[in-house]
Design a protein around this ligand. Structure first.
Ligand code: GCU
Length: 415
């Protein structure tokens, strides 16, 4: 398929990219409970079906966060400047510490807020290689956590160094975000859970029972760990005097788009959610088996999900959920689904259709999701309470994506 980028993995080359080869499938009805009962009101939804769907995703896909008694935590502002970005913004770096059973994690938040807006609506988003990669600002601290090696970024010993400062600025147009009146909080995802198949580091061990070495089959994988971390960042931002009156938009790209959706599903304090090219296990419908599939993702990235998700490898029709139901858990909050034409691996049409099939829940609240099953063409954004665009180009985050996100958030969060 010509849209596939070179350097694709074997799984990417073998995947189905042909619409005509998709076998007919039936999606679970978002407004009908497992016992056959129809959802007729917001109360039926909120007290019944929504809870049921959330449980199903917890038990069968992302895994449950184990219950533990209180965990010790603290926060400390370690750096602050009110003349960041040429005086336009205040930059703040905050260390969160979580400790339990002799294990700890440290999460470093990098927060920018515009100096001329009180309580700006604020994006919260994980980055892939450390906070210092998203800006050239020399004061931004390096993470101590494990980082994936990347020769292009000069990361060789799983350690962040000065070599990677600013390497990801193209994905984070901070000045434009600030000038548009938004705040931005970013966190390195490996501070919460390093992205490797290793349950002895990151957040999971803080929740282990005695002698436990990995989560049980229905307990959380990495995506649920990152979602948990996002909620802890939100706890902090809700009491920081720069953002205590702000609205919060959870944003994520790719695997972190999957985490953003799960964070929005499990924590309704996120006022809006944006998933960029989140694909399989994110916004894309699993039953289409277009691009990446459940068995492929469970083989390449088994640590992202609960082990229980594996029983659906090549058995998507047996899943009690599909990803439109994940989108429905955001209702009635604004949710944005972004795709790229060159990212067929993530199944742009399947990402759009999730929004379409989640729309009846938005309708319950008198909100408009998507009104047509027709997949919008390139550069034809739809901005209702559910938003969508497919831009040309490859798997990435570019200025066009941010322009749409900001426009959508201005429209939806202004009341
Ligand atoms: C791989 C993976 C995707 C994921 C992506 C990313 O391509 O198969 O599911 O979204 O990595 O996170 O960049």
């Amino acid at each position: 398929m010509s849209l596939l980028i070179s350097g694709a993995s074997v799984a990417q080359q073998r995947a189905n990219y042909n619409e005509a080869k998709i076998k007919p499938y039936v999606l679970p009805d978002v407004l009908q409970s497992a016992n056959g009962q129809k959802v007729k009101s917001i109360a039926d939804w909120e007290n019944g079906r929504r809870k049921e769907i959330l449980r199903l995703f917890e038990n069968e896909v992302y895994g449950k966060v184990p219950e533990i008694e209180q965990m010790k935590h603290s926060s400390q502002v370690i750096e602050e400047s009110s003349v960041a970005l040429n005086g336009k913004a205040t930059r703040k770096q905050i260390a969160l510490n979580f400790t339990n059973q002799d294990k700890e994690i440290n999460i470093l938040i990098l927060l920018y807020t515009p100096n001329d807006v009180e309580y700006p609506p604020t994006f919260i988003g994980y980055n892939f290689y450390g906070n210092h990669t998203i800006t050239e600002e020399a004061a931004v601290l390096l993470t101590d956590s494990w980082v994936a090696n990347n020769e292009d970024f000069g990361i060789t010993e799983n350690k962040a160094t000065e070599a990677s400062r600013g390497v990801r600025t193209s994905r984070w147009p901070i000045e434009k975000i600030i000038e548009a009146g938004f705040g931005l909080a970013t966190i390195y995802y490996g501070d919460v859970d390093p992205d490797r198949d290793n349950f002895s580091d990151g957040i999971h061990p803080l929740f282990y029972k005695e002698d436990q070495e990995k989560p049980t089959s229905d307990e959380w994988g990495a995506i649920a760990g990152w979602a948990w971390g996002a909620s802890r960042v939100l706890d902090y931002l809700k009491q920081d005097h720069h953002t205590s009156g702000s609205k919060f938009i959870m944003f994520g790209h790719s695997r972190l788009g999957k985490a953003a959706l799960w964070a929005g599903a499990t924590d309704t304090r996120f006022d809006a959610v944006i998933s960029n090219e989140s694909g399989c296990g994110g916004a894309a419908l699993s039953r289409r088996k277009f691009g990446e599939t459940v068995s492929v993702i469970n083989t390449s990235f088994p640590h992202w999900f609960a082990d229980s998700f594996e029983k659906y490898n090549n058995k998507e029709q047996e899943l009690p959920v599909d990803q439109h139901m994940l989108i429905s858990l955001m209702a009635p909050r604004p949710v944005y689904i972004a795709s790229a034409e060159g990212d067929q691996w993530a199944d742009p049409k399947g990402e759009y259709l999730s929004g379409y099939y989640a729309s009846p829940v938005y309708k319950l609240y008198g909100k408009e999701g998507f009104t047509s099953p027709e997949h919008p063409k390139v550069n034809q954004p739809v901005h209702n309470t559910i938003g969508y665009h497919m831009r040309p180009g490859k798997h990435d985050v570019v200025d066009y994506d941010w322009e749409q996100f900001m426009k959508f958030c201005k429209m939806n969060l202004s009341e």
